[in-house]
Design a protein around this ligand. Sequence first.
Ligand SMILES: [Zn+2]
Length: 715
Amino acid sequence: MRGEGGVRSRAMRLPLVALTLAMACTPPPPPNQPLPSMPPPKQEPIPLGVSPAAPAPAPAPAPSAPGEKVTLADVGLESASLDRTVDPCVDFYQFACGGWLRSNPIPADRARWGRFSEIDERNKLALRTLLEEAAKGIGGDATTKKLGDFYASCMDEAAIEAAGLRSIQPLLDKTTKVKDAKSWLAAVADLHEVGVWVVWGEVAFADLKDSLTNVTYLDTDGLGLPDRDYYVKPELREKLDAYTTHVGRLLALALPNAKPEALAADVIAIETELAKLTKTAVEKRDIDGSYNPTDAKKLAKQVKLDWKAYAKATGHEFSKKIILGTPKFFAALDKVRAKFKFSQWANYFTYHALAKNSLGLPKAYDTEVFELAKVLTGVEAQQERSKRCVTATQQGLGELLGQQYVAKHFPSSSKQTATMLVDAIMKSMGEQIGRLDWMSDPTKQIAQGKLAKVVRMLGYPDKWRIYDFEVRREDFAGNRLRAAAYDTRRTLVRAGKPVDRSEWQMNTYDVNAYYDPTANNTALPAGILQPPFFGQDRSVAANLGGIGMVIGHELTHGFDDQGAQFDADGNLKKWWSKDDLQKFQDRGTCVADQYSTFEALPDQFVQGRLTLGENIADLGGVKMAFQAYRSLRKDAAKAFVADGFTEDQQFFLAVGQAWCNKDRPAEVQRRLTTDPHSPPKFRVYGALRNLREFSDAFKCAAGTPMNPAKTCAVW
Ligand SMILES: [Zn+2]
């Protein structure tokens, strides 16, 4: 899920169907800003919040003597983030976030700056402190030493400069010397072995129709730009031109005797051909269309490659059943291969070997790769080395670092409180399904059965992954390659074996969450259990509007346009009656059509079909969280008005304030093309304008933007 600077995320390219809260993208943090440290766990009894000591949904008693004034800060909300000059019924996002937007310019080294980034920054600082201590190497155990050595090797720029291309030379010897079919395949295999997916990509993941067994998935891959649209759409031509220049310059650093323009032309020609055979982001959301089982024999018939040699070189076998994402691509692969000279392929392979490993190479390479990030995201400055090295350590030794993070920064009381909130929201969701007027009883029963079987994973994994590869303090590029090889093999050898459902797909410090329809489980990492999403000293309304909406969002993913195609056991199976399915799809169309009218940049609109699953999850999530908040507060002795805002209003302010965010225009464009999530502003606007309870809370007149005549509801 992670890609450097958010530009190279491969999550979009392969049929991984874990549905996340936000696109993970390790956004580069701002330089030298004084930042708050991790909030310390509060020990004192909390006035309005949900007490972790009493996990029953009983709201705590009054915080203050009658008549005492309650402020937004008392309940965990931010008065300064508001813009009270705006009518909340016209533009609620601006009302909730206007003050925040005014006082938070996007840092030069970020493409996006929002509440997620603020927490990520905090987490990164905590991790950096851990790693700096570990790097001192005094009296640490083996785990600490490994972390410290990895981080220290990344920080040692002098050693990196002096090593030049030495560590990746064996790889370059393969890529630059492609001259026949055999050496072509050898280069592909060596690149794949270290997770550089040229030509096609591979994952091993639960079989969508037999969810307890992992199978091999193969699909198109190997584009240097974020999406196939960048190669074929006229409005993205400017980006393609900039990419072409960048490719030539990067290759010329390693191949100084060749003409940059000629080198780039080879790479662009090949990638454009691959792009034409690659599905659009919307086409990839068609799960049935991406599930095309075959086997080794049929594949070998179709693609004349020495697959045995490939398996030997990469050290793993495909499963018996192989799923192709794009059959027409594999049918055309031999022709594509023959269409270009081996020398052209050599340049394509070499570009990807360099680009993917640039952080471990001399500065000239790293700087050139950043030039591309600038064009694609609008980011202006490279982030500090130390923060990039934290990210690199996250990528290389993710759970090793997570283990130390949790021990130091995650109070067990947070887990208890979060568990209680999840229970409350699951209960609301079950009740809500029962109330639906468009769904028949038999389908309702199956849906409720599925909900009851959702497995919740909170905070951190029960067992931690091991990282059995060598880390050398003076060889960062080598460490990265060994880490990538270890991780690639670890995941690919799972093919054909049982699924381990206890495994996490995110790191514990990630500011994100996910639902995996093939396991019917949802994970809420420790990293997101912080303000402005969550705090033990925040009110029920504020917590439910923040983290509650996130939990509701993830649970609703089990019932969005994709998730609803899976049953309680995680199998792709039709469990809907025909009539109910039709009604469900019609309701989805309402959502897709409405979101397609949201204009994110002049003349550039949200893709309603690309973002449908996330939008359904937002609409459902906020509704379930609101109902859960109401039921947790229904027996409260008294309601609290904070700075004039009722508790219902506080709930919605919490929703809005969790999503305050800014993107650079290039980043908006990139995300409109590739990100299945709507821009944060429209996530708030869209989710709330379709909710009756919102317009009631703010008394929005019929016909105002936040209370339109036509609304959509799925769940
Ligand atoms: Zn989501």
